[in-house]
Design a protein around this ligand. Structure first.
Ligand code: Q9C
Ligand code: ZN
Length: 347
């Protein structure tokens, strides 16, 4: 398999996130990706490459242009408010909910930050845009690498910040640019007629679902902690099946906190059967390993060894596959768990 590692990821390094009334150290830290790279050095699975820059048109096929413009200048705007802000992260604290105007871009920076976000757990830092844009480049390059004869079976966008919570014009859940959606859109643009996006992160992939909710050419599926109790709470329920032309092309498989691998794997079998019926030309896997029993913010009970089987089950779909790296916060186990999925896929 081909691996595109994000060389700018460490520039996105949040200090603190708001959690239960306190600012606590960020869970989504650069060491996560470093552990995966270290494990890949021990268990090589393929060439590790740098991606060429991502086309703006591809980003704009996924995200609103004004959102992208905001993200790329947000740090300068933040520091322009007060030079002392350079020592802080920008964290939103006000949002337009039901009945508020979302069509107008406020003149106030804090109000713009809230307009384009949905939680206070996702700090924007000096290197956030460069990291997110370079991550999207990894996702696009991974997708493009699957075309043509001699293409690998799979390609990996090894990147952070993650992407699956980011929607057309909002960041949140540690995500800014939706890498899985960029990969799916890139696959469509290079000739795949239908693409499935399977999200195995502990948290529902609300951004990906919302981006493709009215499209029949991209089937979205997500296996996740039941949003009645688990983040992101406001989306990810089983009755969300798509709308308009996309009706029937979204499948949510929420599972209760405490779910073990046997029950999780049964949900995966349901998802894979739906994918087989859809008969896509390619698959994108939003690969979060926060389903791990040792994850500090999640509540499934997968063991490290289970990820080998998870990867093998996904390989059973027999599809050209792009993996994007999503969550996983048991930092020291990240390398083992992610590389187990990839090794299980290759076996
Ligand atoms: N104040 C991913 O796994 N935690 N994102 C809730 C917010 C947010 C997880 C605390 C969890 C986001 C990609
Ligand atoms: Zn997650």
């Amino acid at each position: 398999m081909l691996i595109y590692a994000n060389p700018r990821h460490a520039g996105h390094s949040g200090r603190q996130e708001m959690y239960r009334g306190r600012l606590v150290p960020c869970h989504e830290v650069p060491a996560r990706l470093e552990h995966v790279l270290a494990e890949l050095a021990r268990r090589p699975l393929g060439e590790i490459r740098e991606a060429p820059p991502v086309a703006r048109a591809l980003l704009e096929a996924v995200h609103a242009p004004r959102y992208l413009r905001f993200l790329e200048t947000a740090w300068q705007q933040w520091v322009a408010l007060d030079p002392a802000n350079a020592a802080l992260d920008a964290l939103p604290s006000v949002w337009p909910v039901r009945g508020f105007r979302a069509d107008l871009e406020p003149a106030n920076f804090a109000a713009r930050l809230g307009l384009y976000s949905f939680d206070a757990g996702t700090p924007l830092t000096e290197g956030t845009w460069a990291a997110a844009e370079a991550g999207a480049a990894c996702a696009a390059a991974a997708a493009f690498s699957l075309a043509g004869s001699g293409a690998p079976r799979a390609a990996v966008a090894l990147t952070r910040p993650p992407g699956h919570h980011a929607g057309a014009d909002f960041f949140g859940g540690y995500c800014f640019v939706n890498n899985a959606a960029v990969a799916a859109q890139a696959l469509r643009e290079q000739g795949a007629r239908r693409v499935a996006v399977l999200d195995v992160d502990y948290h529902h992939g609300n951004g990906t679902q919302s981006l493709f909710y009215e499209r029949a050419d991209v089937l979205t599926l997500s296996i996740h902690g039941d949003p009645r109790t688990e983040y992101p709470f406001y989306l990810g329920h089983a009755d969300e099946t798509g709308a308009g032309a996309g009706l029937g092309f979204n499948l949510n498989l929420p599972l209760p906190a405490g779910t073990d691998f046997a029950h999780w794997r049964a949900a995966l079998a349901t998802a894979l059967a739906r994918i087989a019926a859809f008969a896509p030309d390619a698959l994108v896997v939003a690969l979060g390993v926060d389903t791990y029993e040792g994850d500090p913010i999640s509540r499934f009970r997968l063991a490290s060894g289970d990820y080998l089987q998870l990867g093998a089950d996904i390989a059973g779909a027999g599809l050209p596959t792009v993996f994007t790296l999503e969550g996983g916060y048991a930092v020291a186990a990240m390398g083992t768990n992610v590389v187990n999925v990839l090794e299980g896929f290759e076996a």
